[in-house]
Design a protein around this ligand. Structure first.
Ligand code: ATP
Ligand code: MG
Length: 591
């Protein structure tokens, strides 16, 4: 294709507030244009790359024996009410309540499609003979993301491949989960992504086993814990560490009250008391999420002052979702302003005390005095607050921190790394089939709930993550498999007949050989063309100029490399065809 016949709109402008390299480069290379916050147009060059990603995903899903369908984006609110996700996902659901005609019943722009596919399944999957079955689609999703950012890494409208599998046994779910896991590895490898699979929480999707596929980069919003020996990888929500060694033993001291006016934060209190955060107990007060007419239960959680509470672990330990108590409740429970809570005596005024396992080992700790502007020192677990009893439990409640030891038992340290989540696989179980009454008849003619798995990939994120993983100061360096074009032929001076004819001939022969080639035939300065070439990042480049022709041929270069050998025209064509073929074959075989 000739550049003049395309619509390639590169620019020097850096989008305001852009921090991610992929955001800056995708805008500057003319791949995307923002229409509104979190909403983007894919310009022709961007669309070509996105379609490449789509083709790879479709090919691999079909190879894995999943079957494609297409569900609507507009979905009736009633389906979301069946599973209770009108509440569970309330900020995410983009709703249309037009208030007239049959629209008045309410519609949701689908953010994910468990409810819709389960509706399909309950209509058609009636017998064990039809199972297992894996259905997928590649379709737009809509989410009310509060903070769309980093270009297309987090948007309100994006393309997702979502697949849902249905089973009559947990064994076939395990098999299909592994099939999808392996398929995802192939998809990401084929897209040229440096990915890592990590254990994950299943969040609002429900279910209990899941993995996320991550690209490690500072542009990511997620944190993952990875052991130095790569034997352990989990996202922060899920990650566990080996227990810490007990601190040195010391004789228990008496509790002493210390005046700490205005010092509610751990660092401030440490300043006044002359202690370290790890010698403090953070006392956090939560309430259960209850209906309006129910009284929420009060739960006290304790973690060490240098640790952060992990609310996923806390909810698991409490057996239900919790939210931080409001100031009024905290004052009611502790009798003090926020920032001065301590565990002493709270067990009688609350419904549950959950103690992090590292707090159990503490000696002579400091904590709030349950009295405004006062803290206490010399607090000892077991003596000053209970560690057992009906209302008390001990659990791992904290986020892991950099330098913790992996829970694998081999002593390898954990590192926290920023990452972008590009895909997610879950074992859902019967959450949706139970609430929506999706059953099949088993061998004995008995109705059973369908067992489900679900598997999602963000196409736009793959594109952006690939750029995060492969670029330099000048621009994008596309992996061959998802590059908008595989080869760029630059005619340095299109007014020079010989050079232009040669460039056109190279272009035509490459195109005939099935190579996706772009011919820069613009009447622009060489420097300008090279800048654009670097920016849009086509992996292979052939430069045709008077000088190279006089030297016996054309320059063949790889984006991101410096050597520019001159190769005779026919040899250059053959070499380029072979390099495209072999690079694609390498990515196809990668894992
Ligand atoms: P996140 O935690 O980043 O919000 P999620 O866990 O909600 O994502 P899933 O529901 O698992 O995402 O969706 C599957 C895939 O869809 C994700 O792995 C990601 O690649 C993509 N995705 C999710 N939300 C967005 C978004 N707002 N913009 C672009 N892609 C997204
Ligand atoms: Mg996810």
């Amino acid at each position: 294709m000739r550049w003049k016949d395309t619509f390639i709109v590169t620019s020097k402008e850096t989008p305001k507030d852009a921090t991610a390299a992929s955001h800056v480069l995708m805008v500057r290379a003319g791949l995307i244009r923002q229409l509104a916050a979190g909403i983007y147009t894919y310009l022709p060059l961007g669309l070509r790359a996105l379609e490449k990603v789509e083709n790879i995903i479709r090919a691999e899903m079909n190879r894995a024996s999943a079957v494609e369908l297409r569900m609507p984006c507009l979905t009736p609110t009633s389906l979301w009410e069946e599973t209770g996700r009108t509440d569970a996902m309330k900020d995410i659901l983009l709703r249309i309540d037009a208030g007239v005609g049959d629209w008045a019943a309410g519609l949701v722009l689908g953010p994910t499609h468990e409810e819709i596919i389960t509706d399909v399944a309950r209509a058609y999957l009636k017998s064990y003979k039809q199972l297992p079955c894996n259905l997928y689609q590649i379709q737009l999703k809509f989410r009310g993301e509060a903070r769309p950012k980093s270009g297309v890494l987090r948007t309100r409208e994006f393309l997702m491949k979502d697949a849902y599998s249905f089973h009559d046994s947990w064994e076939t779910l395990d098999t299909e989960y592994q099939n999808m896991y392996d398929t995802y590895c192939r998809i990401f490898a084929r897209c040229g992504l440096p990915y890592t699979a990590v254990q994950a929480e299943s969040g609002a999707m429900g279910g209990d086993v899941s993995h996320e596929f991550m690209v490690l980069t500072d542009a990511g919003e997620d944190l993952v814990a990875i052991s130095d020996d790569f034997q352990y990888a989990a996202n922060l929500e899920r990650a566990e560490a080996a227990e810490l060694p007990a601190p040195p033993d010391e004789p228990p001291a008496e509790i002493q009250e210390v005046h700490t006016p205005g010092a509610g934060k751990v660092e401030d209190v440490c300043g006044v008391l002359g202690t370290e955060p790890r010698q403090m107990i953070k006392t956090l007060i939560y309430t259960t999420v209850a209906d309006e007419n129910e009284k929420p239960a009060r739960v006290v959680a304790l973690v060490r002052g240098d640790h952060e509470i992990n609310e996923f672990k806390l909810a698991k330990a409490a057996g239900q979702a919790l939210e931080l108590a409001d100031a009024q409740t905290i004052e009611e429970v502790t009798g003090a302003a926020v920032g001065f809570a301590g565990p002493q005596g709270l067990i009688d005024r609350t419904d549950k005390l959950i103690v992090d396992r590292e707090v159990v080992k503490m000696k002579n700790a400091a904590t709030g005095a349950n009295k405004t502007d006062y803290h206490v020192t010399g607090v000892n677990p077991g003596r000053d607050f209970p560690l057992d009893g009906e209302k008390v439990s001990v659990a791992d409640l904290r986020n892991v921190v950099d330098g913790d030891t992996a829970p694998t038992g081999n002593g390898s340290p954990l590192r926290l790394r920023k990452a972008i989540e590009v895909g997610h696989v879950f074992k859902l179980g019967t959450k949706y089939s139970d609430s929506m009454g999706a059953t099949y008849l088993d061998k004995n003619g008995k109705a059973q709930p369908l067992i489900m798995g679900c598997y999602g990939i963000g196409l736009n994120r793959i594109m952006a993550a690939a750029i995060e993983g492969s670029h330099d100061e000048q621009g994008i360096i596309w992996p061959m498999s998802i590059a908008p074009f595989e080869v760029l032929v630059i005619a340095l001076d299109p007014r020079d007949d010989t050079a232009m004819r040669t460039a056109q001939e190279i272009h035509d022969k490459l195109e005939q050989a099935g190579v996706e080639v772009l011919l820069d035939d613009r009447d622009e300065r060489a420097g300008f063309k090279f800048k654009d070439a670097d920016l849009i990042g086509i992996p292979l480049r052939v430069v045709v100029g008077k000088k190279s022709l006089a030297g016996g041929g054309v320059e063949v270069t790889e984006r991101g490399k410096n050597d520019k050998p001159i190769v005779a025209v026919d040899a250059a064509i053959a070499q380029v065809i072979e390099r495209v073929r072999s690079e694609k074959a390498r990515l196809l075989a990668a894992k």
